[in-house]
Design a protein around this ligand. Structure first.
Ligand code: ADP
Ligand code: MG
Length: 260
């Protein structure tokens, strides 16, 4: 079981200088994510998406409310949550395999099991032949595949992704979406995926949570209800187009509000 309950969670950052006003990054939000669900958080830049994800990751403390993972309050970072950020966060001094095994080594998993697990993810993520490469020897797309493999190898309860494909070129990005969705369709992890890309949110998630402009609050929750498996061609289906039209309108209003 991997159920996430976000209960009235808000975040206020203190001003950078003593005389600067505090920043309310997130208004209290409540969100329930069921076991094996794939939720996308969609919203304009600066609305608090990353803040929400960092709170769930335990990298920030909420100013109000609480976050429960399987009924246990989150008090800090933990191996039960796998996190992937937009910018490449691999350990530059470790090889692809060593990066993927990082969490397993921390947990003192037997060597043979580390090997088996890393082999599985190296194959799944199309990284064969690059096991001994260092991150700087890889393309951006490959680095993110390693980052996802590293997160999944730990077998976390929930996968937290913060615009993981945001720095990739469009073609690579589309392939990465298919890869991650394929993994979810096989392995059914609980996923919280942050993005500002409408197509990406609809294509991948089962429910799209639209955030308002800063300070973020939940403006709409839109179930996508597209069947699985989802081929990339679904992006041109009438159902997809209708969802896109609706979400585009919601986001446009918020982007306009954010400009003011
Ligand atoms: N550590 C921090 N200290 C002060 N302000 C912050 C901090 N982190 C984020 N913020 C502010 O909180 C707001 C939301 O940021 P963020 O969660 O990164 O938005 P998003 O990911 O949706 O673009 C922004 O105004 C940002 O400047
Ligand atoms: Mg962000």
């Amino acid at each position: 079981m991997s159920r996430l309950a976000i209960r009235g969670v808000g975040k206020v950052f203190p001003g950078v200088r003593r005389d600067a006003p505090p920043t309310q990054a997130l208004q209290p939000v409540s969100l329930d994510i069921a076991d094996n669900d794939f939720i996308a958080v969609l919203g304009p830049s600066g609305c608090g998406k990353s803040t929400l994800l960092r709170l769930v990751a335990g990298l920030e403390e909420p100013s109000s409310g609480e976050i429960l993972l399987d009924d246990a309050p989150i008090r800090g970072p933990g191996a039960d949550r796998g996190v992937v950020f937009q910018s490449y966060t691999l350990f530059p001094w470790l090889t692809v395999r060593e990066n993927i095994c990082f969490g397993l080594r921390e947990k003192r998993t037997p060597r043979s099991e580390q090997r088996e697990t890393s082999d599985r993810f190296i194959a799944r993520m199309g990284l064969r032949g690059f096991e001994d490469h260092y991150p700087k020897q890889l393309s951006g797309g490959m680095q993110q595949r390693v980052a996802i493999a590293r997160a999944l190898a730990n077998d976390p309860k929930i996968l937290l992704l913060d615009e993981p494909f945001g720095a990739l070129d469009n073609q690579t990005r589309l392939l990465m979406q298919e890869l991650l969705l394929g993994i979810w369709e096989q392995a059914r992890k609980t996923v919280l995926f942050v993005t500002h890309d409408i197509d990406e949110a609809i294509f991948m998630a089962n429910r799209v949570v639209v955030f308002s402009a800063r300070p973020g609050r939940i403006k709409a929750e839109v179930p996508t209800e597209l069947p699985h498996p989802r081929p990339y061609t679904i992006k041109t289906s009438p159902e997809f187009m209708a969802l896109k039209a609706r979400l585009t309108e919601e986001i446009r209003i918020e982007a306009l509000a954010a400009q003011r």
